[in-house]
Ligand binder design. Structure first.
Ligand SMILES: Cc1ncc(COP(=O)(O)O)c(C=O)c1O
Length: 325
């Protein structure tokens, strides 16, 4: 069945799995789309390939060209994989808080890594956004993926992730829960799902410290605070985020995210990353407040294998004050 010409053809069409023990028995059915089963282990494979294909179609990326991106990790892994197959050089600019596992992964697939501080504002010349722009400008034949503002990102989720969810659930879905990194997943999937049924309620699970909940509720852009969960939450508003498609944003602490990810592994055998815990925390609470004839769907963005020395380490959890015990 799965005989393909190259690894990129295995991107998407990820399975939907029922969540049993974590879901309250008197609440709604809870289902999770397992995006970590994309070939490089995260939802980002979808947009890495789509962005490269759109650049190729527009004639901006030529054989032997260079692909530059600012990425907290997963986009880099997806891009490194796609560039290895397509024959491009990948230069990835990363936060210093991204896990060592993520850096080694992209280096294994031939990408060059540049590390920048996480605790400087986006417009600071040392920020990973600014450094990526500079490298792309200074390198001949280079394109900047610009996952935060490049609308190929949202389009990939509108054309594939949303329809896959709708078809897998055969239209039986009352609420959708996702977190926001670039906003591409939630915006693209919510756009499609709400076109099919405007009554589907879309919840964003956002780390405490991110500015997005205040932005949604007041329209104000405030200052964020640092947090440990990787890949989600913002200190600016990404171009791929259409906040009007999000009905409600719930803040989740690092401790809640990490402990929920660990419970998911222990009780359901599903090993996701920190943002999986963030999504699942909100999805479990939303489902508990709904009726048993209703359905909640969430998404598991990346594999927990990238965080074995972090949230899956008892010592690290104690050191960070994250332990539940
Ligand atoms: C671990 C993780 N979870 C969730 C997301 C959020 O996805 P999106 O960028 O589509 O909002 C990302 C992407 O940045 C991520 O790396």
């Amino acid at each position: 069945m799965n005989k393909v010409d190259n690894i990129l053809q295995l991107i998407g069409r990820t399975p939907m799995v029922r969540i049993n023990k974590l879901a309250a028995p008197e609440g709604a059915e809870l289902w999770a789309k397992v995006e970590y089963l994309n070939p490089s282990g995260s939802v980002k494979d979808r947009i890495a390939l789509r962005i490269l294909e759109d650049f190729e179609r527009e004639g901006l990326l030529k054989p032997g060209g260079t692909v530059v991106e600012a990425t907290s990790g997963n986009m880099g892994v997806g891009l490194a994989m796609a560039c290895a197959v397509r024959g491009y050089k990948a230069i990835l600019v990363m936060f210093d808080k991204a896990s060592d596992e993520k850096r080694r992964l992209v280096q294994a697939m031939g990408a060059e890594v540049v590390i920048c501080p996480a605790d400087v504002p986006a417009d600071d010349p040392r920020s990973y956004y600014s450094v990526a722009i500079r490298i792309a400008e200074e390198t001949e034949g280079a394109v900047l993926c610009n996952q935060y503002h490049n609308l190929s990102n949202t389009q990939a989720h509108y054309e594939a992730t949303g329809p896959e969810i709708w078809e897998q659930m055969e239209g039986r879905i009352h609420a959708f829960v996702a977190s926001i990194g670039t906003g591409g997943t939630i915006t693209g999937a919510a756009h499609y799902l709400k076109e099919k049924n405007p009554d589907i309620k879309v919840w964003a699970a956002d780390p405490l410290g991110s500015i997005l909940k205040t932005y949604k509720e007041t329209g104000e852009i405030t200052e964020g605070c640092p947090y440990l969960v990787e890949g989600i939450g913002e200190d600016m508003v990404p171009g791929n985020l259409d906040i009007d498609l999000v009905d409600e944003i719930v803040n989740v602490t690092d401790k809640e995210s990490f402990n929920m990810a660990r419970r998911l592994a222990l009780q359901e055998g599903i090993l996701g990353g920190g943002s999986t815990g963030t999504n699942m925390k909100v999805a479990v609470d939303v489902a508990a407040a709904m009726r048993p004839d209703q359905v909640v769907v969430t998404l598991l963005p990346d594999t927990g294998e990238r965080y074995l020395s972090k949230l899956y380490s008892d010592e690290w959890m104690l050191e960070q004050g994250m332990s539940d015990q």
